[in-house]
Design a protein around this ligand. Structure first.
Ligand code: THU
Length: 140
């Protein structure tokens, strides 16, 4: 099975992730992040980062998109796109978000982007090798 998204599908996800960046609540870092999550039944959920005056309570864009999907009944994911304003570097998900992604499987795609829309695709397994997940809880 070809796992890469069709060009138009990827473009739509990038457009949505860029659009939701405008809603980021990031008065402390001033670092806007947007993400668009595609479910296996082709629903799209977006998320932006939401920071807090109690700094450690801030939430990443990716986690907010996944939480929205789960609360709307979707937890089978095909791909997630992440956007930021960084021009020279692909926006890379933090370790916490990698673990949060892994909860929903290791074999799905993360598209990291630069501001110009160029993308780097890696699977969750590649981003978080030798991971701990829900299946491990049955192996004690
Ligand atoms: N952030 C994300 O939302 N996603 C990432 O992939 C990296 C970092 C947010 C967290 C915080 O609000 C700001 O970016 C700076 O770290």
């Amino acid at each position: 099975m070809e796992r890469a998204l069709a060009d138009d599908q990827l473009k739509k996800l990038i457009d949505e992730a860029k659009a939701v960046m405008a809603k980021a609540h990031c008065p402390y870092s001033k670092f806007r992040v947007g993400s668009a999550l595609l479910t296996t039944d082709n629903r799209i959920f977006t998320g932006c980062n939401v920071e807090n005056a109690c700094y450690n309570l801030g939430q990443c864009a990716e986690r907010n998109a996944m939480a929205k999907a789960v609360s709307e009944g979707s937890k089978s994911f095909k791909a997630i796109v992440i956007c930021s304003d960084m021009k020279d570097q692909f926006i890379s998900p933090c370790g916490g978000c990698r673990q949060f992604m892994r909860e929903f499987g290791t074999d799905w795609d993360v598209y990291m982007t630069k501001a110009d829309g160029s993308v780097k695709r890696m699977t969750v397994a590649e981003l978080l090798p030798v991971s701990f997940g829900p299946e491990d809880l049955d192996r004690k």
